[in-house]
Design a binder for this molecule. Structure first.
Ligand SMILES: Nc1ncnc2c1ncn2[C@@H]1O[C@H](COP(=O)(O)OP(=O)(O)OP(=O)(O)O)[C@@H](O)[C@H]1O
Length: 256
């Protein structure tokens, strides 16, 4: 069902008319249509409870839709996942935490340690391989979680409000690091957030969701006329934050 080998469209992923109702009776998603294109940084922006995490779980294959389908392009990409909580093994070193998925895949010790060290360097934690999570700050723990996702060399990175629990300064820094990593590694990212400012800063496109039952009400490409702090301080950034906020408010009012 997932493989659509003969399909001419080359989107990495298509969510078609998806609905999800929980056994409690809650209709979390209805009529969700979303195409994810290779190489884009796509944010899913919507109010709390609109079904963003549910949609990510459907894409991960952790749950099945009650209607509609999640369809993959020519090949199903390797997927990396980062959640809001870093979900590290507290007793294990940074190196062992990052190498865990590779161990579960059955990779040999040398191979997985090499890949884990490379991912740790990528997120700027070189030198902390032997540290355990309690010796790290919240931002460093989140970097470990990102390194763990990168160690498997993902083509598609699914991120569920990864920086929501962090302080503003750490969050801004990790936004910058993530954006640079995604660009340098040619990754496709699907990033769930409540934050208009974060989504405009990070994304090449934003999909806005309505309140529950969630569906995509708008898709907006983001124009980036500068990078880093210069973009954050630019009139273009402020203008696009204003436009996205207005569309989000419209989606909220439409559902009221
Ligand atoms: N396992 C479940 N059983 C019953 N209801 C659920 C379950 N998981 C989620 N829900 C409900 O489905 C709706 C969507 O939840 P979901 O976590 O996907 O929203 P969200 O947009 O990610 O929210 P937030 O931004 O607050 O994390 C909510 O009303 C939630 O209570």
């Amino acid at each position: 069902m997932r493989e659509q080998g003969c399909r001419p469209a080359l989107s990495l992923l298509k969510v078609r008319d998806v609905a999800r109702r929980f056994s409690s009776g809650t209709l979390a998603l209805q009529g969700v249509d979303l195409a994810v294109e290779r190489g884009e940084f796509l944010s899913l922006l919507g109010p709390s409870g609109c079904g963003k995490s549910t949609l990510l779980r459907l894409i991960m294959g952790l749950e099945a839709p009650d209607a509609g389908a999640v369809e993959w392009g020519r090949l199903r990409p390797r997927i990396g996942v980062v959640f809001q909580e870093p979900t590290l093994m507290p007793w294990a070193s940074v190196l062992d935490n990052v190498a865990l998925p590779l161990r579960l895949q059955g990779q040999g010790r040398d191979e997985r340690q090499r890949a884990a060290r490379a991912a740790i360097d990528l997120v700027g934690l070189g030198g902390f391989e032997r540290a355990v999570p309690r010796e790290l700050s919240g931002g460093m723990r989140m970097r470990v979680s990102i390194a763990r996702a990168f160690a498997g060399k993902p083509e598609l990175l699914l991120m569920d409000e990864p920086f929501a629990a962090l302080d503003e300064i750490t969050r801004l820094r990790l936004d910058d690091e993530l954006q640079a990593l995604a660009r340098d590694q040619g990754l496709t990212v699907l990033f769930v957030t409540h934050s208009v400012f974060e989504s405009v800063y990070l994304s090449t496109r934003i999909a806005v969701m309505s309140p529950r039952p969630g569906r995509i009400t708008a898709s907006l490409p983001i124009e980036r006329t500068a990078t880093g702090a210069a973009f954050r301080a630019s009139a273009d950034y402020a203008r696009q934050c204003g436009a996205v906020s207005a569309i989000l408010a419209e989606a909220m009012a439409g559902a009221a």
